[in-house]
Design a protein around this ligand. Structure first.
Ligand code: PMV
Length: 366
């Protein structure tokens, strides 16, 4: 697939209005995407677990209009929201060439998250993928009898949804499908693409069934440095070349680990990836730190717990201070006890969210 394959050529502009709705999950990267080229093309491949319960639910109502230009309103948790508009406008500008009907309709975008408001959880992956999926459903409703029937093909639908989501926020392209998604060209997965995420089709050992992710909300504040700025700082970064090569290596290793179920090796890759991501931030120019003292406290507690119990619990980090605690389902009772007894005190207001690996986005019938 190339960009050209995603250009919508004909559509039925007689349709006056309609509504579509999707629930789309967040995802957590195991091998991290950090550094991009123009047009949201990643510098290195990444792989993620799709989450199950941390979702954005978005309904888009479209109605025909006459004036020129983009026209849309955004409602977040029931209230009109101006703050999200610039990001969505940029998104519309980027995708207009693939969705030429965008200027013909007014869009009412109503969105809610299942996770607490301002929890510091990145909502751009779930949020942008939910909008992309709604727009794909609108494209489907505007289908003509002849021209664009490839939209009925589920694989094309998902690929284009992922392609569009990527143009909203890179990691959002990994939120369309479950349970494991790869994004970015690499030698290990020949089907993978820089343009969209693809479902991981390799063998997955039962050790990873219903893999758990407890998200500890260590710091819910606004990040001092956005991901956009962080990615840019990988240009001319002294360790960029080695880091990008390392991501390719880790992806190849992870493929073998996912098949063998070797959780000790899994831990090594996942924790090293998280710390490397933050090491890149600390060695950028200007340098910055997104971890907080409690992030390190939690990491040390996890290491001590593992030492003591031989548990396979491990951590990973996003571009922020919160800690994702990953563990196999058969340790659920023990790890939740450990979190309650030893980690909750490091979370802001004692807050954490229990989630697990999920199946991807769902359309909600209206
Ligand atoms: O999708 P963005 O541009 O917000 O970048 C997110 C990057 C990380 O979350 C840090 C890593 C990843 O692969 O999700």
């Amino acid at each position: 697939m190339t960009e050209q394959d995603f250009i919508l050529k004909t559509y039925n502009s007689k349709i006056e209005n309609g509504s579509v709705k999707w629930a789309s999950p967040s995802n957590i990267a195991l091998v991290k995407y950090w550094g991009k080229k123009k047009h949201q093309i990643p510098e290195n491949p990444s792989i993620s677990f799709t989450l199950s319960d941390c979702k954005t639910i978005t309904e888009i109502t479209y109605s025909k209009k006459n004036e020129d230009g983009f026209s849309f309103d955004v409602y977040f948790e029931g209230e009109k929201n101006e703050a999200f508009k610039p990001k969505i406008k940029t998104f519309f500008e980027r995708i207009e060439v693939y969705m030429p009907f965008l200027k013909e309709y007014h869009f009412k975008i109503e969105t809610t998250n299942t996770f607490p408001h301002s929890s510091g959880i990145a909502s751009s992956a779930s949020g942008m993928s939910a909008i992309a999926l709604c727009l794909m459903s609108i494209e489907k409703e505007l289908k003509t009898d002849d021209g664009n029937s490839k939209i009925d093909n589920k694989s094309y639908f998902n690929q284009k949804a992922s392609f569009l989501a990527r143009l909203g926020s890179g990691s959002a392209c990994r939120s369309i499908e479950g349970e494991i998604v790869v994004w970015g060209e690499n030698e290990t997965f020949t089907q993978s693409s820089d343009l969209y995420g693809v479902k991981f089709e390799g063998d997955v050992h039962s050790n990873f069934s219903n893999y758990q992710d407890a998200i500890l909300l260590v710091d819910k504040g606004e990040k001092q440095v956005s991901s956009t700025v962080g990615h840019q700082l990988m240009y001319g970064h002294p360790f960029a070349k080695e880091r990008f090569a390392q991501a390719h290596d880790n992806l190849a290793k992870l493929k073998t680990i996912l098949a063998s179920g070797d959780l000790n090796e899994f831990i090594k890759i996942v924790e090293s990836e998280a710390l490397t991501l933050h090491a890149m931030m600390m060695t950028s120019m200007p340098y910055f730190i997104l971890m907080k003292p409690n992030t390190l406290e939690v990491i040390n507690k996890i290491w001590a717990y593992r030492e003591k119990t031989e548990s396979k619990v491990c951590f990973t980090l996003d571009a922020g201070a919160n800690v994702h605690v990953l563990y196999p389902e058969n340790e659920k009772e023990n790890v939740l006890e450990f979190i309650k007894n030893e980690l909750v005190s490091y979370c802001q207001n004692g807050q954490y969210i229990c989630d697990q690996i999920g199946q991807g986005a769902n359309q909600i019938q209206l």
